[in-house]
Write a protein that binds this ligand. Structure first.
Ligand SMILES: Nc1ncnc2c1ncn2[C@@H]1O[C@H](COP(=O)(O)OP(=O)(O)OP(=O)(O)O)[C@@H](O)[C@H]1O
Length: 311
């Protein structure tokens, strides 16, 4: 069953094309990640889905509804955590949650959410006195307080320290396990890889690829390398003859085999046939950072650049 459908979305600000042509479909119950460089059009895309921006062309469907026409119904069934939330400075944590829960027909238990997000001891603290991480956790709680069927989380864990990030990931997995569909915009490749069932890579206002994290990594990886020592003499041609192998270097008894495709299993099979044991075997591990570079031509923003400590 489809939860979200984006077809040929196009949005410009004046002469500047923010979203050129974006299409993807999110199934019910999925965590769908969106990654891409700064300014790629991620926020414009998700804010259009949330009905907060009006696209110039293309079509959007949220649980079968049109977010530009069926605003009230979409608001009821879709929760949004935006990059920058603005609240009155003097509002207290518990007041904000109670107030927002009153906007919905079938809200979640706001006290439970406050507890889940570690905000109970800050319940009487004013918004202006919260740390960056606490404000972030409050914005997640507010996205979930309406008991939404779909939640949009933009920069979910920006501003959280490593432990708080991991706790938030567990929380999001628990939310997904209750059947909520999650659209997750993130700059953190570890977060996208850990949480997403599928990921869209957006670059220059277009979808560069949509796949599972493993699929993106597999599609992006060019050369792979395997390193090992051999238990007994081995003829180099045993490996250079393999179709997946492009290069073999031997330095001081250490073998470095470069190749593509199923390199590790090809090499392991050839060594086994030659009755040679590979010792101290290492395989270069490709991850989503490599996929990001391959599909966008840029390195992902380093988490260290934007992570603040939770006060
Ligand atoms: N309200 C606006 N008016 C004018 N230009 C805008 C507006 N909002 C976004 N843009 C521009 O549109 C482009 C896409 O912005 P958007 O925020 O959607 O990208 P993004 O992928 O979410 O970026 P980031 O990762 O930095 O949040 C950017 O060049 C941005 O400067």
């Amino acid at each position: 069953m489809t939860a979200l459908e984006v077809r040929n979305l196009h949005k410009r600000y004046g002469q500047h094309v923010a979203v050129d042509d974006v299409s993807f479909t999110v199934e019910k119950g999925e965590i769908f990640g969106i990654i891409g460089p700064n300014g790629a059009g991620k926020t414009t895309t998700v804010e259009s889905i949330a009905g907060l921006r009006t696209p110039d062309s293309g079509s959007l469907s949220v649980l079968g509804l049109d977010p530009t026409k069926d605003r009230a119904e979409v608001r009821e069934r879709l929760g949004v955590q935006l990059q920058e939330s603005s609240f009155p400075d003097a509002i207290k944590v518990a007041e904000a949650l109670e107030l927002h829960s009153s906007f919905y027909r079938n809200p979640a238990d706001w006290r439970e959410l406050m507890e889940l997000l570690g905000l109970t001891e800050k319940r009487d603290t004013q918004y202006k006195a919260l740390s960056g991480g606490q404000k972030q956790r409050l914005s997640i709680a507010l996205a979930l307080v309406g008991n939404p069927e779909v939640a949009i989380l933009d920069e979910l864990t920006t501003g959280l320290d490593p432990q708080a990030r991991r706790d938030t990931w567990s929380l999001i997995e628990r939310v997904r396990d209750t059947g909520v569909t999650i659209l997750l915009v993130t700059h953190f490749m570890d977060e996208a890889e850990r949480l997403s069932d599928r990921i869209a890579v957006i670059n220059g206002g277009r979808v560069a690829a949509v796949d599972t994290p493993a699929g993106l990594i597999a599609r992006s990886s060019g050369a792979r390398q395997v390193r090992f020592r051999v238990s007994q003499p081995l003829d180099r041609s045993v490996l250079t003859d393999l179709p997946d192998v492009t290069d073999v270097e031997i330095t001081e008894g250490r073998w470095l085999v470069t190749g593509r495709g199923q390199l590790l299993s090809s090499v392991a099979g050839a060594l086994a046939r030659a009755r040679v044991v590979a010792e101290d075997l290492r395989v270069d591990q490709r991850n989503l950072d490599d996929a990001f570079v391959a599909f966008t031509g840029r390195a992902p923003e380093s988490p260290g650049n934007s992570t603040r400590r939770v006060g």
